[in-house]
Design a protein. Structure first.
Length: 475
C-alpha cells in the first residue's frame, strides 16, 4: 500500500533534482530533422543513458541504423509483471521569432503569481519533461516496494516519423548474447506523449489519428513570364492549385468534398460519445490555450472535440511558387506546389485514401504531379481492459477526479510498431497541457504536471503490480 502523504512529500523533495536534470536534457538541441545536429543527437542519447543508470537501471544503447534507441531496465523478479514506458528525446526545431527565452536553455518562469514552477525550453513538454517524470515515477514505485519490472524505451527519431524504430525494436527484442543484452519482452506498454483535454482534467487517450502527407506540383512553362505580355492566355499554376484546394474541401468548415473520402470512417459508439461528453472540452479554453483568434463554426463543445480527435481532416500546409519578396513583381509563375496532408481515423487506410485523392486531383488537373510523402495508420484500442483500468485507478487516486477517456488528434509512429512487435496492449498516460505549446514557440512544462505525473506513474506501476500476471501478455 502506497502512503499518499509520504509519497507527496518525497516528490516535493525531488523538485530541485528534477529541474536540474530537465535543464541538462533540454540544453541539448536534439533536433532529429537537422542533419547538422548529429553530435547533439549522440550527446542526448548518452545523457539519457546516464540518467537511467543514475536512477538504478541497467542500460543498453541500441543501434537502429539511424539515431540510437536507449533501453533502461529496472528488473526485480521474473515472476513480476513487466511494463514498458515509451518516450522520445528528439525535438522539433526552434527556429523563428517569438521565443521569450533561449529555446535550448531551460528558463524558470519568474513572473510569480503563486502557481507551480513553469519551465520554458524546446522539448520541455514534448517529450523530455514527461520522460523524466515517468523515470522518477519508476524510482518512487521501486522505493515503495512495488512488485513490477519497469522498462524504458527512449527513442530519438519520433519527430521525423520513427524511420528506424522498427529495426531498433526488433534488435532489442532479439537481444544480443555476445554483448550480454537480454531480449526485450513486456506484458504491457505505456506511452507518455499525449495531451490532456484541459488543465485540471486528467485524460487517458485510447486512440490516435493516422496521417497521410502528399504534395501536388503543377508546372505550366519553362520560366516565369511577364503578366503584361502573357497574362490572359498563360496558365497560372498558383491560381489553378488554389482552385483545386477549393474543390477538395470547404476551408471554412473543413468538410472534404472528394467523393468517397468518408466512406470508411467508423462511427463513434454510444459509449464513446458519453465519454467525450464527460471530458468537459471547451472551445473557448482550447482557443485561448493555442492563441487562436477564432475557430471553425462547430455547433457545440462535444462536436468540437470529435472534430479535433475523432474525425478525419484535410489540411493545406503550404503553397509554394511565384514571387514572395516585397511589393509586387508582375509575373505569371511557371511552377507551384501544394503541401498537404490528411489526418485519418479508423477504418481509413492511408494507401486507399491517397489513391482516392490522387484520382480526384488528376481528374481536375491531368498534368499535376501528385506525390505521396509519408503515412501512418490510425490506432484504436478498447477504452476498458486491465491496463486502462489501472490507468484510471491511478489517475483517480492521484488527482481525485475521474479521468476522461478520449482520442488523440495526432499520430505517434512508434505505437503501431510496438503493438505489433511486442504484441502487448498500449496505454497512454500523457502529462502535457494544451497551453504547454507542443511544437510551438515558448514551449513549456510545469511542476504541477511533473509532480502529479510522478505520483500518477508510481501509482500506475502499483496498479499493474496488483493485477500481476492478470495483465495481458502477448496480446
Amino acid at each position: 500500500m502506497i502512503d499518499g502523504a509520504r509519497l507527496k512529500q518525497r516528490i516535493a523533495d525531488l523538485a530541485p533534482a528534477f529541474e536540474e536534470r530537465l535543464a541538462a536534457l533540454c540544453g541539448i538541441p536534439s533536433v532529429s530533422m537537422d542533419p547538422g545536429r548529429r553530435a547533439e543527437m549522440a550527446a542526448c542519447a548518452k545523457l539519457g543513458a546516464e540518467l537511467l543508470r543514475e536512477a538504478g537501471a541497467s542500460v543498453d544503447t541500441i543501434d537502429t541504423g539511424g539515431f540510437p534507441m536507449v533501453v533502461g531496465r529496472f528488473f526485480q523478479d521474473a515472476s513480476f509483471p513487466t511494463v514498458t514506458v515509451y518516450n522520445h528525446l528528439d525535438v522539433q526545431p526552434a527556429d523563428g521569432e517569438g521565443w521569450h527565452t533561449p529555446p535550448f536553455k531551460l528558463t524558470r518562469d519568474a513572473r510569480g503569481g503563486g502557481g507551480p514552477a513553469r519551465w520554458f525550453a524546446r522539448g520541455s513538454t514534448d517529450d523530455k519533461g514527461p520522460a523524466l517524470t515517468a523515470l522518477y515515477g519508476a524510482r518512487l514505485a521501486i522505493e515503495n516496494g512495488v512488485r513490477a519490472n519497469i522498462q524504458f524505451l527512449w527513442e530519438l527519431e519520433e519527430e521525423i516519423g520513427s524511420p528506424h524504430f522498427a529495426a531498433g525494436l526488433s534488435a532489442a527484442v532479439a537481444g544480443d548474447a555476445a554483448a550480454g543484452r537480454a531480449p526485450l519482452a513486456t506484458d504491457s506498454v505505456v506511452v507518455s506523449d499525449t495531451i490532456w483535454i484541459a488543465a485540471g482534467q486528467p485524460s487517458i487517450s485510447y486512440g490516435l489519428r493516422g496521417l497521410m502527407g502528399f504534395t501536388v506540383a503543377l508546372e505550366t512553362g519553362a520560366k516565369d513570364v511577364h503578366s503584361g505580355t502573357t497574362g490572359g492566355l498563360a496558365r497560372n499554376p498558383i491560381g489553378e492549385l488554389a482552385a483545386l484546394v477549393a474543390e477538395c474541401y470547404d476551408a471554412r468548415t473543413g468538410k472534404v468534398k472528394i467523393p468517397g473520402f468518408y466512406a470508411d470512417v467508423r462511427k463513434l459508439s454510444a459509449a464513446e460519445r458519453k465519454a467525450f461528453a464527460r471530458a468537459r472540452f471547451s472551445r473557448k479554453r482550447f482557443a485561448a490555450a493555442h492563441e487562436l483568434g477564432s475557430l471553425r463554426p462547430i455547433r457545440d463543445d462535444v462536436a468540437g472535440l470529435v472534430a479535433l480527435t475523432a474525425a478525419p481532416t484535410f489540411e493545406v500546409h503550404g503553397l509554394v511558387g511565384g514571387y514572395s519578396g516585397p511589393g509586387i513583381k508582375t509575373i505569371v509563375p511557371h511552377r507551384a506546389e501544394l503541401k498537404l496532408s490528411t489526418r485519418l481515423v479508423p477504418d481509413q487506410k492511408p494507401a486507399k485514401v491517397f489513391n482516392l485523392i490522387k484520382r480526384f486531383i488528376k481528374s481536375r488537373l491531368p498534368d499535376a504531379e501528385v506525390t505521396h510523402q509519408a503515412s501512418l495508420a490510425p490506432y484504436l484500442a478498447p477504452m476498458d481492459g486491465p491496463t486502462n483500468d489501472a490507468a484510471a485507478a491511478a489517475a483517480r487516486a492521484t488527482f481525485g477526479k475521474e479521468p476522461a477517456f478520449v482520442r488523440e488528434g495526432g499520430s505517434i509512429g512508434a505505437v503501431l510498431t510496438m503493438r505489433k512487435t511486442l504484441n502487448a496492449p498500449v496505454t497512454f498516460l500523457g502529462l502535457s497541457l494544451p497551453e504547454h505549446g507542443y511544437h510551438a514557440i515558448n514551449e513549456n512544462f510545469d511542476w504541477g504536471q511533473a509532480s502529479g505525473g510522478m505520483e500518477l506513474f508510481c501509482r500506475y506501476f502499483g496498479e499493474i503490480a496488483s493485477a500481476g500476471r492478470g495483465t495481458p501478455r502477448r496480446g
